[in-house]
Design a protein around this ligand. Sequence first.
Ligand code: OOG
Ligand code: NI
Length: 567
Amino acid sequence: MSASFANKTEMQNLLFAELSKMFGKEVPLYDKSLLVNKACNQAVCALLRQKYRGFEISEAQLEKTSGERHGAIRIGKPEEYRWIAKYFAAFGLLPHNFYDMTNLGGKSQPVIATAFRSPLHPEHRVFTSLLMTDYFDPDTKRRIEALLAPREVFSARAKELTLKSEREGGLTWDDANALIREGTTRIFKWTGKARDHRLYQELSKAGFKIAADIACFEAHHLNHLTPNTFCMDLYTTAMKFCLAELSAEVFAERARHVLEFLWGFADPDYLKLHFRHLSAEEIARYSIQTIPESKVTALVQALLLRLQQPELALNKLKHSGFKDFTEGPPADTPVLLRQDSYKALTEPVRFQEADGSVIDTTHTARFGEIEQRFYATTPKGRARYDECLAQAEKLRGADPDLIKRDYAAYQQVYASCFASFPKTLGGLLEQGLVYGRYTATAKGVEAGRRQAIHSTDLGELVRHGYLQVEGLRYEDFLPFSAAGIFASNLGQYGTKSTAADKPVYTQRTLEEIMERSIIDPNVTYAGLHAESLLQAYGALGKLNDIPVEERNQWEQAVAAYRVTVGN
Ligand code: OOG
Ligand code: NI
């Protein structure tokens, strides 16, 4: 890449910061929810400062760490999808995973999707769906396509800039800024303008609210933009309080419970996962202290005072309440993602009809998600997660009112379904359920040089301080959680195809539309894990003690991921 080109990671950071500003202006509740998250994150940091002597985070670093986002957009036409793939490619955001949302049983939706993100520096990602018109009967299909046919979401300038980036391998900052502006002033912008009210109503009535949200609007408006939190349960409790769904007493009681849990849960691996700017050496230097109970009470009171400020009286804003339960694993199981959301808002829209008439009405689609990212699972870990989740869903279904009746009991039942998961990074790695990145320490290299290391067991090498390990963070989506969020937001579960034969979509379908291939994130996670093992054992002088078949497998995993990420 030429030195005069803008750095793609910096371009990503700027794009998402600008999108966040745009979305904050469009949706005041989103802007306020960021303040609630900040207050909660500050409380978490205050707790961590108590636990770890030496832990400090500056305001600037907190802002930076809190800048990570994921978003979702829904696209109507294959041609638009091709352009959006090109647009994201200019930022180094490439398609990862194929999500077939038409195939989630009772939670199905008429879209297929991929997520655009950086392969190796994935702080931000965008779930990007495409409406599949052949999911519908021929007449509905024809009407949706006719409505979408004349739509032009990409301006000539946006197209020119993406093609230039493609041709030259990058953009100058002037061009990069112009491309970001195309995003925030047009491509992802909400205008509240819609067309064909009859089709909108028919689709909505038939349960296809997502299709209506796509087909009848004039741009790929951001559907939600999700920040990262340091503690999901603290945030959800705070939001429910600010939305006046919980009293101050219940809030204080739950928040105290959450912080006490976090005190034990936030081990050095939690620090490394949530504060990626800290090195393992730095974390190792902190000394662990005990916390007086009065300190937790003081933290809760301080947070409560902050949340009681008039500017955080979110119940005064228009809203539809908060989701009843968090998607994903329970709080004590640090895998994949935990996600929750305030429910989709009812917003004014204006339909400009073909006959020149205007209809002012409302539309409910944009919601306010939050997430906490944990360790990426191996296929074995993922299979275990899917089993546990199925069991948890079953139990939730068997007593759907438990959440309202006795929230603590609900949480306990839910967590019990995931009891077979180890609760620490070390335990998860030992059972091969998550991916990690191992590095040799100075002590290990030195011991290796003296030929004083007599084991190749990873856990043992870590315990001796010869290796250190960090968990790889999960940077992708969970379609089942997504479906849960869709369902709860729209007050409706999935939909059935109305085509004579429900079409079958594959990854190839989407790759052909984009004219580019989709990266399998597991190849990247596995490749990074294997690469670190080769390097770490090499640095300890122990590579020759590893069976040759195993070494070959690691080398193949490394070669495979290097091909997919293109280096
Ligand atoms: C897609 C939702 C997917 C998630 O977090 O799982 C998603 C949509 O709302 O269009 O963002
Ligand atoms: Ni989301």
